[in-house]
Design a binder for this molecule. Structure first.
Ligand SMILES: [Zn+2]
Length: 124
């Protein structure tokens, strides 16, 4: 094997290792969020909501549900081979951003544009 082939194989292995790491993180997050959501739903079914404020419980449940959905979508994109591509501009999301929030489906500029739009339309 030539040195060039060896180098490119190593570079590909680096990306594969990162993806494997991100998949591990996502799978762990999925388990954590699913457990949390189950706990919250069970709390909501208890008499007096298990002593929790119903509105707080509703907000936490919704946030957990969203987190489970986001993580599941990221894992789905991984299996489809579209993981790491921005859903807005279809460019590769920088690895640093994926490490910070592995479930994201938008690059920073697209994410900012989205939240600016939802702020303008008055939606959360
Ligand atoms: Zn983008």
């Amino acid at each position: 094997m030539t040195a060039t082939v060896h180098e490119s194989t190593e570079a590909q292995a680096g990306v594969a290792v990162s993806l494997q790491l991100l998949r591990d993180i996502l799978e762990e997050q999925f388990a954590v969020h699913t457990n949390r959501l189950t706990e919250l739903v069970l709390c909501g079914a208890l008499p007096h909501h298990g002593g929790h404020d119903p509105r707080t419980l509703a907000v936490l449940t919704e946030a957990s549900r969203q987190a489970v959905a986001d993580t599941a979508h990221a894992l789905q994109r991984m299996s489809q081979g579209t993981y790491g591509l921005c859903q807005g501009c279809h460019r590769a999301i920088p690895l640093g951003r994926l490490r910070e929030s592995p479930q994201t489906s938008f690059c920073v500029p697209c994410e900012q544009a989205r939240s600016a739009r939802s702020t303008l339309s008055g939606r959360p």
